[in-house]
Design a protein around this ligand. Structure first.
Ligand SMILES: O=C(O)c1ccc[n+]([C@@H]2O[C@H](COP(=O)([O-])O)[C@@H](O)[C@H]2O)c1
Ligand SMILES: Cc1cc2nc[nH]c2cc1C
Length: 351
């Protein structure tokens, strides 16, 4: 059953001072590694060490379908969800390529894809499928709750269980689900009190008329679920099975002191829900990029997050998280391996 796990704060003034001292005494002008220095400090704080090393990085891609998709809120049909899951597993999707390139173990979770995906044997290191289906897609949120409270709790518990079974100390988040930019927009509007107009965008590629129709459907969803104001109620009423599973994964990863690498608009929505349940999770998140999807900039503001990259990505899948991964790896290596002025015999500031 779902219970919010205890999440330790990263607060440790002695460690923070030690990390800052190490960073400031590396052989470089003070602050010259810019935001990489911020990342070095944060990863050290999350892992609780002044010699951080990331090991066995896990890419978790949660997939599900959405009743709302039947209302024409996406440029693509729901069938693309299961077809892309097959593509992830076959190694041909963007996230498959990037995970392979960077040695990220790819786990794809069927959290409620409309067409059941067959679980099959995977060679060691190859993408693997975990089946934690709640149902064959959610209900249409424009006419009532997307899922029941029990389904929502089960999806949260599933996300926690998946992470408990994964090795390593860093979790990268990804997702797949036709219609799920609508879910993210609804959660942003409800939980961060952002005007719906600022939350709704093109998703997979709607034109202006399509976006206007999507906005009208999403307003109906907010009206049909007006009483769902708390984070768990909003997640059940407006959410998706993949978003709820990711929310559980975030809570569990934070409780285990893992570094959490957040991808785009939809994974950020899962973090938003998790942060409303347990604000300390944000200390353990690194935001990979600012998505090109309208709404993500507001989402990042609501989370007070500064992402690493801004490349106009709007794919999802965890592709942005995978692209940002080398920066995290570099931050750790620089902290561990770069010489200090003293060790290298280089003159410090002022001689
Ligand atoms: O992560 C993002 O920022 C992002 C922005 C736009 C689209 N997506 C992906 O596109 C799908 C959702 O788009 P849509 O138009 O069907 O709501 C879903 O599979 C997401 O992975 C993802
Ligand atoms: C082809 C395609 C690939 C995706 N990957 C994530 N969301 C997606 C949506 C579409 C439509």
């Amino acid at each position: 059953m779902f219970v919010i796990p205890p999440i330790p704060s990263i607060e440790d003034p002695a460690l923070t001072a030690r990390l800052q001292h190490l960073i400031d005494h590396k052989t470089k002008p003070l602050g010259a590694l810019g935001r990489l220095e911020v990342l070095m400090l944060r990863i050290g704080q999350i892992l609780g060490t002044d010699a951080p090393a990331l090991h066995a990085p896990q890419m978790l891609v949660c997939a599900a379908d959405h009743g709302l998709a039947a209302r024409g809120v996406s440029a693509y049909p729901s069938d693309v969800t299961w077809q892309m899951v097959e593509n992830f597993l076959a190694g041909g999707a963007a996230v498959s390529v990037l995970a392979r390139q960077h040695g990220l173990q790819l786990t794809v979770a069927d959290c409620g894809v409309a067409r059941e995906i067959a679980v099959r044997e995977a060679a060691p290191g190859a993408p693997r499928l975990v089946s934690c289906r709640i149902a064959a897609g959610t209900q249409d949120a424009s006419s009532g709750p997307a899922m029941s409270a029990a389904q929502c709790r089960q999806a949260l518990a599933n996300g926690m269980a998946i992470v408990r079974g994964l090795p390593g100390n860093v979790l990268l988040l990804g997702e797949m689900g036709i219609g799920n930019t609508s879910v993210a927009s609804l959660l942003l509007a409800r939980l961060a009190d952002v005007a719906l107009d600022d939350c709704v965008g093109a998703g997979t590629g709607l034109d202006a008329a399509g976006i206007a129709r999507k906005r009208a459907v999403l307003q109906q969803a907010l009206d049909a679920n007006a009483a769902a104001t708390g984070p768990l109620a909003a997640l059940a009423a407006l959410g998706g099975f993949e978003v709820a599973t990711l929310t559980g994964a975030v809570l569990q990863a934070a409780s285990e002191r893992r570094v959490i690498v957040v991808d785009g608009f939809i994974t950020s929505a899962a973090v938003l829900v998790a942060a409303r349940l347990a604000p300390q999770v944000l200390e353990r998140c690194v935001f990979a990029h600012r998505s090109g999807e309208r709404g993500h900039a507001c989402m990042l503001d609501a989370l007070q997050a500064e992402p690493l990259l801004d490349m106009g990505l709007r794919l999802g899948e965890g592709s942005g998280a995978a692209l940002a991964w080398p920066l995290l790896d570099s931050a750790c290596r620089v902290l561990r391996e770069m010489a200090s002025f003293e060790s290298a015999g280089v003159a410090g500031p002022g001689g």
